[in-house]
Design a protein. Structure first.
Length: 80
């Protein structure tokens, strides 16, 4: 698969940051943060779908490449 567009990586990273903020929250705070995460996640999904359609790429493979790219950067101990 071709290189993953930076915009998709940025959107996925943003969604992951919102998801991480759920840790330790309860009640209304959890619900509000969950909505922020859901909105960010929906943006990622829409962008992946649009890019896959425009480039005639496999949507599944593109989504997996985006997730892998974000996780790879997050797991790199030199990146902080």
């Amino acid at each position: 698969m071709a290189q993953v567009p930076d915009e998709l990586i940025k959107l996925e990273r943003s969604a992951e940051e919102e998801r991480a903020k759920l840790a330790g929250l309860t009640g209304d705070d959890y619900d509000a943060q969950w909505r922020r995460w859901r909105k960010a996640s929906e943006k990622v999904q829409a962008a992946v779908t649009a890019h896959a359609e425009a480039s005639r790429a496999s949507r599944y493979e593109l989504e997996q490449a985006v997730k892998k790219a974000v996780r790879h950067v997050q797991e790199d101990p030199a990146v902080e």
